[in-house]
Ligand binder design. Sequence first.
Ligand SMILES: [Zn+2]
Length: 117
Amino acid sequence: MAATTAERANYIIIHYLGMLTEHEMEALKHHRHPLKLRELPDGELRTKIYLRNQWLSDEPEILKQLDKGYVQFILNCAERILKDNPDKVYFNLCPVCRKLARTPDAKQCRFCGHDWH
Ligand SMILES: [Zn+2]
């Protein structure tokens, strides 16, 4: 199979979120949380609450996954998901231009406009 692209990785993260491991999920949540949290007036308190609820992580093992940036992180997740669940991920490709549709059950191509309803 061709190397995973950022576009495919993003599609997998959005539509197959349940296939992430707990570790990957924590890193994802950590990334999505406002990075400037600590700079808010009550930032210290909020940071503690976020850490307690595991919306943020201070575990090196979680943070390490984001070392090379978010795109590399989702590429790694996507490749791992495809390796572990080769027949569960469905890439919905346009029958005409073969590009990836927005969702697994989309019936219209966002690139060429082809409609396969
Ligand atoms: Zn198309």
